[in-house]
Write a protein that binds this ligand. Structure first.
Ligand code: NAD
Length: 416
């Protein structure tokens, strides 16, 4: 049996390497290596059939050195404390790289959302929030959508968190529906940001996007949005997979029609005019751009050598393991790392939080302009660091992000 991948171990390796490179003091390392807070909660729920089931949830705050923790909530049967810890760590570095006034957090509930009714998911959300209420809040830890959670989940979070409060506490989460003061542009922000970074990458590499062959692993919020945008840029989408299976067509796949099917059937499988494919075959396809947009560890030591793409654009968090990264260093492929590539979501989340706290709102044009400006600056800061330090884009992103958090920590004088 294959050993279960523990992404938190990878975050430690990534941190140790950059900490050595930056020659960080040992007390800085000790502060940043492990999360500040990890909460595990268990709560019973009466299901629609009358049975009672106990669910387990997590909320992890890796760092609040540069501001309140910030990070999504995931509903998945594979979630674990270690997964949340890793995702919280990556959020700290991502917020630092984008220079947002947040630390990193993440949460999850172990459940099978595709098998639960709307009523069950609503009750589950309420119980989870009541269980973690003490440690979250607009100035403590701000939630957001992640895998199998969405604006509706965020609305339920606001309602549950506001129980017993004097008013609706909007800023406890971002990614809300616009009618509850969610930001314009948030729903598609991660995919839009991903595309902005792809365009900058294409300029940097002098690699025009037109007619490039693309494969997308994961077709949810992030995967479907980036698929639509690369299709609009005249790339050809050769393959797409999701949790139920995958599809492949040399003629190209229309992501707009595919999304209509997913809305109806919850799956990309059996899309007309395609053959079936799995994740491993998708990763090994002769393509130009590989876009992982699902879970961690999909590109790993077992398949990294098969990658033929010229660019890996990391839409998902942690899709490439540390071992795979090492293998890919020896190949002709540019990895645009998650910390940078998928930061459009948290950037618009930051703008949503600012708008909610001020009760003052920006137009969609303003949101897009502000986000694009931040994303482009982060991209070219990373490129400059790549050139100065002769490192990969991921290493450069870590040098910038970890360096900033360490500097803030020192300025606070939090010595042990
Ligand atoms: P989502 O729930 O909307 O979509 C997830 C997609 O991945 C679905 O199509 C699902 O079927 C697919 N999937 C799940 N397991 C899979 C597997 N084993 N193989 C193939 N496909 C699989 O989630 P999302 O919001 O699009 O998030 C996707 C990734 O992007 C996650 O890593 C998340 O942490 C990251 N991310 C999301 C946001 C955001 O704003 N939503 C921001 C930054 C990063």
């Amino acid at each position: 049996m294959q050993e279960k991948y523990n992404p938190f171990e990878d975050t430690i390796l990534q941190f140790e390497r950059v900490a050595d490179y930056l020659k960080l003091d040992s007390w800085v390392c000790q502060r940043l290596m492990h999360p500040e807070k990890e909460l595990i909660v268990h709560f019973p729920l009466t299901l629609d059939d009358g049975n009672v089931k106990t669910f387990t949830g997590f909320r992890v705050q890796h760092s609040t050195v540069r501001g309140p923790a910030k990070g999504g909530v995931r509903y998945s049967s594979n979630s674990s404390l270690n997964e949340c810890k890793a995702l919280a760590v990556w959020m700290t570095w991502k917020c630092a790289l984008l220079d947002l006034p947040f630390g990193g957090g993440k949460g999850a509930v172990i459940c099978d959302p595709l098998k639960m009714s709307e009523n069950e998911l609503k009750k589950l959300t309420k119980e989870y929030i009541l269980a973690i209420k003490d440690i979250i809040g607009p100035y403590k830890d701000i939630l957001a959508p992640d895998m199998f959670t969405n604006p509706q989940t965020m609305a339920w979070i606001v309602e549950a968190y506001s129980q017993g409060e004097d008013c609706l506490e909007l800023a406890v989460t971002t990614g809300k529906p616009v009618c509850l003061w969610g930001s314009l542009g948030r729903a598609s922000a991660t995919g839009t940001g991903l595309f902005c970074i792809l365009e900058e990458t294409s300029k940097f590499l002098k690699f025009p996007l037109e007619r490039k062959r693309v494969a997308v692993l994961g077709f949810g919020n992030v995967g479907a949005t980036i698929a639509k945008l690369v299709h609009r840029a005249k790339c050809k989408i050769i393959a797409v997979t999701d949790i139920s299976g995958g599809i492949y067509s040399e003629k190209g796949i229309d992501p707009i029609e595919l999304k209509k099917q997913v809305k109806r059937t919850n799956s990309v499988v059996d899309f007309p005019g395609t053959e079936s494919i799995d994740n491993e075959k998708l990763i090994a396809l002769p393509i130009d751009i590989l876009i992982p947009a699902a879970i961690e560890g999909q590109i790993n030591k077992n398949n990294a050598d098969n990658v033929k793409a010229k660019i890996i654009l990391e839409g998902a968090n942690g899709p490439t393991t540390v071992e795979a990264d090492e293998i890919l260093k020896g190949k002709d492929v540019l990895i645009v790392p998650d910390l940078l590539a998928n930061a459009g979501g948290v950037t618009v989340s930051y703008l949503e939080w600012v708008q909610n706290l001020q009760r003052f709102f920006f137009s969609e044009k303003e949101i897009l302009e502000k986000t694009e400006k931040k994303m482009k600056k982060a991209f070219w800061d990373v490129v400059k660091t790549v050139e100065e330090h002769k490192v990969t884009m991921r290493e450069a992103a870590y040098i910038l992000a970890v360096g900033r958090v360490a500097e803030s920590l020192k300025a606070l004088g939090r010595t042990i």
